[in-house]
Design a protein around this ligand. Structure first.
Ligand code: SF4
Length: 217
């Protein structure tokens, strides 16, 4: 074990003989799947699962997005980062992601539903930061489909070497792309679409509860 930060480099250096053991440890904690820097590498804060400030289950949405991208054959698309926060705080760094979401309560038919605000075009560069701009609001259970559509368009329409932000600008910007997703921003009555009123990982109707505690991160 490292005893000091200055000793970290030399005492933690890995050799080829260590790799098998490291890989086995990553398998044990569910972190061995490849995909860093690809679309399937969705980042999420703890969300309402463990954070008292969270209003949505951001980790559940991250899992759903990963699965939907896999099913659509888009999981290995490079050059697009998806980040999710379970509330307006930015622990999931949604504001600097190509595709960002923050959790927000939706109201329809006199009741609450889990939802997200989708942002597009955030970017963390070496010399400047661009915050994502609002694209559309969505029911939580339709956010994964929105990601599949946007990533699908980006993969099909981008020019050689084109980054997401440039493609987005060429496509009319966040609001214009968001308008192509407007049909997903629909909340039928609860008896017609009960799943839209239950968040990921929950079994009962959605309730936007915020506790008196600090951020989980
Ligand atoms: S406070 Fe931070 S960790 Fe908690 S839900 Fe909001 S963004 Fe996520």
């Amino acid at each position: 074990m490292c005893e000091s930060p200055t000793a970290r480099t030399s005492c933690c250096a890995l050799t080829d003989a260590d790799l098998r053991g490291v890989y086995d440890r990553l398998v044990d904690v569910g972190m061995a799947a490849p995909g860093a820097e690809l679309a399937r590498d969705v980042v999420a804060c703890p969300g309402a699962d463990t954070c008292n400030l969270g209003v949505t289950q951001s980790r559940g949405l991250a899992e759903a997005i990963g699965e939907s991208l896999e099913e659509a054959g888009l999981a290995e698309t490079g050059g697009v980062r998806v980040n999710i926060s379970g509330c307006t705080n930015s622990c999931g760094q949604h504001h600097v992601a190509d595709i960002g979401f923050f959790g927000a309560e939706r109201r329809a038919h006199g009741t609450s539903a889990p939802g997200y605000q989708m942002l597009l075009g955030g970017h963390l560069g070496d010399m400047q930061v661009d915050f994502g701009e609002k694209a559309t609001k969505l029911p939580a259970k339709r956010a994964a489909e929105a990601v599949v559509r946007v990533v699908g368009r980006f993969a099909a329409e981008r020019e050689a070497g084109e980054v997401f932000a440039r493609w987005l600008a060429r496509s009319g910007g966040a609001r214009a792309v968001g308008e192509t997703l407007a049909d997903l921003d629909d909340l039928p009555a609860p008896d017609a679409a009960p799943d839209l009123y239950v968040d990921y990982g929950e079994t009962g109707p959605y309730v936007a509860e915020i506790g008196e505690s600090e951020c989980a991160t």
